[in-house]
Unconditional design. Structure first.
Length: 475
């Protein structure tokens, strides 16, 4: 008989009267309930004496309940719908232990030390229902088990532990091979709270768009939607006094050796796209992607967000971002290109700046350790380097940068030009040099006799030494 609908039988039944409950007709003989319809099989429910309360059963019977006392019903095997193994409620409950099964109260006031200690002694995963369980147990002892559930344990220092509490204090007994898809989970994962193997297969599973880019959240290992209508900003022109809504918050504390890495992504890319004529058409791997869009004028879109690094008055080293490249083959096939970073402006209006820096620094761009390459900076014609740009409005970054009047630039056909005080002072081209706004000309050759003019001879010698003329004069 499927008992997946609770049986709520009357507290004070009439002897011999029939009751239709859950699609089965029951009768009470003074000591037990007996099913009379359907006639096969027959089910018996007994209190072992006088009935004192309503009987409620739920589950799926694996066999008829043949005069089993109610206090022993948890030992009767049953099959969960859709499964095949017959197990009792008592057996199922033993997979995890519940602190309340050991007498815990969970009101944050009563001393639940004994109950929690007894649960720990089972050496099984422990479930803590919603509540706060006050104990005098030290934190190190609490982490000897895997904890789950919404409840929190208060330790001997009156601190609440996380609802999901776990600590690894010894090496795993076996390591998996995380460079191999089939062997990654061969290691000892008994102390890993979340170990997920997520696979996507099938050539059409993620769709086959003919244009644009398609994401499929329904195929993701984690699909989350974060919706916020709260928040505060104190100032009308800055971010002083501002709240932040956080979807994932992590606090990491490094008190050991080596590196502490809150997030590590290991991506391996294999396979190619048949008929690809560019590397852009082949499969790609990434560790982080964003898509941020505006729904109102004036909002602030920030790609990666702030990364704040503070020495807290300690003498330390810091590198904001390190990307290690290991390129060992360079055939140029399919136009394959390696770049440290690439910024792409795709709108109809120009960016205010691709790079913007503020605050004190010894060097703005340091290429001193770069080797082999011959181009430290590559610019197209028409661009300039400004030497006295200013921006007193650091709140709005580069939008209000004043470029000034001192610059060095390259103009197609004219060559390099240097301007000081807004006036062009020097032009350098393949033809030669030009001064104070004049076009560049070839280096002139001076001929004729200097005669006895010592000053002229000295001048010609000096100009020739600077490479400005060819001195072909005679004495």
């Amino acid at each position: 008989m499927p008992l997946d609908t609770p049986l709520n039988l009357p507290d004070s039944p009439t002897l011999g009267q029939q009751y239709n409950v859950g699609g089965i007709v029951w009768t009470w003989d003074g000591t037990k309930w007996t099913s009379v319809a359907p006639t096969s099989p027959t089910y018996l429910l007994t209190t072992g004496g006088t009935m004192t309360g309503a009987i409620t059963l739920a589950g799926n019977a694996a066999q008829p309940l043949d005069a089993v006392p109610l206090q022993q019903l948890n030992t009767v095997p049953f099959i969960v719908p859709g499964t095949t193994a017959s197990r009792s409620a008592q057996d199922r409950g033993a997979d995890w232990v519940n602190v309340k099964d050991f007498g815990a109260i969970g009101d944050g006031v009563a001393d639940d030390t004994a109950a929690v200690t007894a649960a720990l002694a089972t050496h099984k995963p422990i479930f803590a229902p919603y509540g706060t369980y006050k104990t005098t147990i030290i934190q190190a002892s609490l982490t000897g088990a895997i904890w789950g559930g919404p409840g929190q344990i208060i330790d001997s220092q009156s601190n609440k532990r996380g609802p999901i509490l776990n600590e690894l204090s010894a090496p795993p007994s076996v390591l998996g091979n995380w460079a191999n898809l089939l062997q990654a989970f061969n290691g000892d994962l008994s102390r890993v709270p979340f170990a997920i193997e997520h696979r996507i297969g099938g050539s059409t599973t993620l769709g086959q768009p003919t244009s644009g880019y398609r994401f499929t959240p329904e195929a993701a290992a984690f699909a989350e939607y974060f919706y916020n209508t709260s928040g505060f900003n104190n100032g009308p022109s800055n971010q002083t006094g501002r709240t932040g809504a956080v979807m994932h918050y992590m606090s990491a504390f490094q008190a050991g050796q080596g590196d502490l890495i809150p997030y590590f992504v290991n991506t391996l890319v294999t396979g190619t796209s048949p008929g690809a004529t560019s590397f852009l058409a082949n499969p790609a791997g990434t560790s982080l992607s964003h898509q941020i869009a505006a729904a109102n004028d004036g909002v602030y879109l920030q790609g990666i967000g702030d990364i704040s690094i503070n020495d807290n008055s300690h003498d330390v080293a810091s590198v904001g971002l390190t990307i290690n490249f290991s390129r060992n083959i360079n055939t140029g096939a399919l136009g394959a290109t390696w770049m440290g970073e690439r910024f792409q402006s795709k709108g109809t209006q120009p960016l205010d700046a691709f790079w913007s820096c503020s605050g004190p620094a010894t060097i703005g761009l340091d290429l001193a350790s770069m080797t082999i390459g011959t181009a430290g900076v590559a610019m197209p014609a028409g661009m300039r380097i400004y030497g006295n740009a200013t921006n007193v409005d650091t709140t709005h970054f580069s939008r209000y940068t004043v470029l000034g009047t001192e610059w060095l630039g390259y103009t197609a056909g004219a060559g390099w030009q240097l301007a000081v005080g807004g006036a062009q002072r020097l032009t350098v081209s393949s033809t030669g040099l030009g001064f104070n706004g004049t076009a560049a000309v070839a280096k002139p050759t001076v001929t004729g006799a200097k005669g006895s003019n010592a000053a002229l001879a000295s001048l010609l010698t000096a100009l020739a030494a600077y490479g400005l003329i060819v001195d072909s004069s005679t004495a």
